[in-house]
Design a protein around this ligand. Sequence first.
Ligand SMILES: C[S@@+](CC[C@H](N)C(=O)[O-])C[C@H]1O[C@@H](n2cnc3c(N)ncnc32)[C@H](O)[C@@H]1O
Length: 279
Amino acid sequence: MHFVRAALLYGPMVSRSENYVEYCRETARHLHNLQDLALRGKNKQTITRRIQERIVREVELRPDDDVLDIGCGDGTLLQMAKTRGAHSAIGLLATEEEAAIVRRLGIEVRQGFTDQLPVPDESASVVVCNNVLLVVPREKIPASLRELHRVAKPGARIFVGEIPLEPGPPPEPEFPTARETLAYLYRQHGFRTWFGMLRHMLYWKLTSKPMVIRGGSTISFFAEPSEFAALAAEAGLELVRCWHHDDWPANRYNYLFRKATAVPTAATAETVPHPSPAA
Ligand SMILES: C[S@@+](CC[C@H](N)C(=O)[O-])C[C@H]1O[C@@H](n2cnc3c(N)ncnc32)[C@H](O)[C@@H]1O
């Protein structure tokens, strides 16, 4: 026990970006309800359904579509695509642990990250990436947008949803050791929070599991619509429209892009559409 305590108090913490992937993995390992894979919290399946129905409408899903859902959560959108007779529906998830669960629904799902999609060039006529890029480190956003463009067929509709305008509530600071984290929690939040975290940390140490602290609520990437549209344009994505999210109108935007059907001429390539958010 003494050894456990010493290791715990001096052990390294997992960094925030690794942290999110670990959070996904841990959610899958301790899953009680499949819908929790959408990572919106408990009993949020009605919201998830409503969000995915809106995406289906925005991309005008058709029976001849090949759908790719990057960060497909609990697979709700892919099931909707199959019900509507989509030609194919493939999902990607951050971890194999999540993918294995969603595959049991009879959906084709693989592990894959936004900046290295395990999908052939020009294979999807609809690409969806909803509520995912906000947890991707900012330095990986340009490569991720280039990947969305690469896998899209000419003329494809590309939906990117829930991009925050701001970082949101400040995340808890990261500390190099568990001891410093605990000291901070005690000072900032009092005994109950301190004790709760101590119990979690003991469990993680005893079971050799990684420490996952607030992994689910961290925002890594946020952008104003003009900045995001410019980043997407650099990756070759043409903005069709953007609008504020129904559930977080003050802070999150949805974007619909398309991939050009023909190689743009020098004159059209220089035109970056200025996004005027529509309600
Ligand atoms: C908040 S959930 C959103 C799920 C779903 N798109 C929805 O809107 O209900 C985030 C999803 O992104 C996936 N994810 C996290 N980081 C990712 C990354 N770097 N690349 C691809 N997927 C990622 C997770 O596996 C998880 O399914």
